[in-house]
Design a protein around this ligand. Structure first.
Ligand SMILES: [Ca+2]
Ligand SMILES: [Ca+2]
Length: 149
């Protein structure tokens, strides 16, 4: 038995994660996490993103609109310089993947695939936090919590 909780934050900012939902946990498959991103500004932007996990699963970050794989974080630590980490789209060249936010569309989608290790015994919950880089700092914009019991 497992279920997800989700908190979104930062509604006062120009870019915010407004929801997420998730399927079932099966140790042999990826856990998909959908995070919808709301964007209010008039100008398009390359929004840098990172994802941090409380327990190190591999995370794949996908642009849900294009279906394009943006990055792989092999250890879910929010850093893309480790072994097995890959960044496929980084137009603003800061070392973190970015999602293109257009002026025309208010919403963009981020699809995260978590690959928890098959043996989660002793782990009570997994937390997956989406951070957005905004005004020179990382801001936690959405927190997904996966409770195991
Ligand atoms: Ca990493
Ligand atoms: Ca970037």
């Amino acid at each position: 038995m497992a279920f997800w909780e989700y908190d979104a934050g930062g509604e006062e900012h120009g870019v915010s994660v407004i929801n997420a939902n998730v399927a079932i946990h099966n140790p042999f498959y990826a856990v998909p996490l959908y995070n919808e991103i709301f964007y209010r500004d008039e100008k398009p932007r390359d929004q840098s993103i990172r994802v941090r996990t409380s327990y190190p699963p591999r995370v794949e970050i996908v642009d849900d609109v294009s279906g394009r794989l943006l990055a792989v974080d092999a250890t879910g630590n929010g850093d893309f310089t480790g072994s097995g980490d890959l960044v496929f789209r980084d137009n603003n060249r800061d070392g973190f993947p970015d999602l293109r936010l257009s002026a025309e569309d208010d919403f963009a989608g981020l699809l995260l695939f978590g690959f928890p290790e098959p043996d989660l015994s002793g782990v009570e919950a997994l937390e997956v936090t989406v951070d957005l880089f905004d005004d020179g700092e990382w801001r936690p914009a959405g927190r997904n919590r996966f409770i195991l019991d």
